[in-house]
Design a protein around this ligand. Sequence first.
Ligand code: GN1
Ligand code: MG
Length: 375
Amino acid sequence: MQEKISKIVNMFNIDGIPVEIQKNNSGIINNTYKVTFKQDDGTLKDYLLQKINSSVFTEPYKLMKNIEGVTNYLKKKLIANNDTKHKVLEIIKTKDNQSLCVTLSDSGSVEYYRMYEYINNAISYDRSTDTSIVFHTGKAFGNFQKNLSDYPMDKLDETIKDFHDTGKRFQNLMRDIKIDPKNRAIEVAKEIVFVLKREEICSTIMSKIWSKDLPLRVTHNDTKVNNVMINKDNADYLAVIDLDTVMPGSMLFDYGDGIRSTSSHSSEDSTNLDEVYLDLELFKSYTDGYLSEMAPYLTNNELSLMGESIRIITLELAIRFLSDYINGDTYFKIDYEKHNLDRARNQIKLVEDIESKLDFINQYINQSYTKYLEK
Ligand code: GN1
Ligand code: MG
């Protein structure tokens, strides 16, 4: 494996020779490696190599075109705003000036690799209980959306069709239960009933987008806490990463998913369900961070659905993990047989807890909105 990876690494336009390759295990879709180069002057420099999961992202060139467009635009915004504190992902091209290195796997399938500059002096957290880090994670995604608010949406390709169409995810689950290729549906009957009871909320956001009651914006669509690089020195954010799903969408999915992933008291696959609940201090911090950037830009309809969006996106993840379990674990990477089932149960517990706290959540969002609108 190492030998193959170093061959791929050498296809990129980088000075020096690769001296170390380390696998990085965060992220449950693509494969990521940290690669250290010894440069011609003897100093070391790190890069990030990723193998794109091409059964999830079926058109890698379109995806890279999206990322090139968005990162170039964001770089110009940083300069225009005199923002020297934050960074933008930097794509490293291949020696023949392509954004992707294409190779064949041992079984003959086509594989796509890309390289980024490594963001130094930064950490990405899978979970953090530090309210300052959570505030800055919310701020990072709010700032990302704000800076892309005038990016021409027609330049973006849809990298995964119907990605946050929760209603479609629900229908797919119904289809998967019928086919039930691994005879697992019976085992998850209780979870299926939980989802069935909530069918109605699955179409809340998308139906309002179709009726134009909610605006489409350029959104990130995967606002997991580990998709923000945090500055080691001061807990400020350095850069938003994982831009594969940047597409036209609703800010509601970004905000809701940000809360789902930063503010749960336990990790996404924890099986100790008593410890899975929405931590309100973290929720408040993320909301403040997000609204400190985005409050002036939101419509009334967006504002009024922010609380509900947390519940909807968490239900969407429960549905996706459940579908993947029923289908025999073909989408998300798993570490053990029932990993997707544990993730689904975890998200279901989180939905229940969010539901019990919705009044407080809505009240706090309004309070925070008013505070940041006045600033
Ligand atoms: C995946 O690749 P990663 O880990 O950042 C997934 C997200 C899910 C998340 C759940 C393209 O994100 O939608 O919310 O796992 N990305 C894709 O952990 O499906
Ligand atoms: Mg990621």
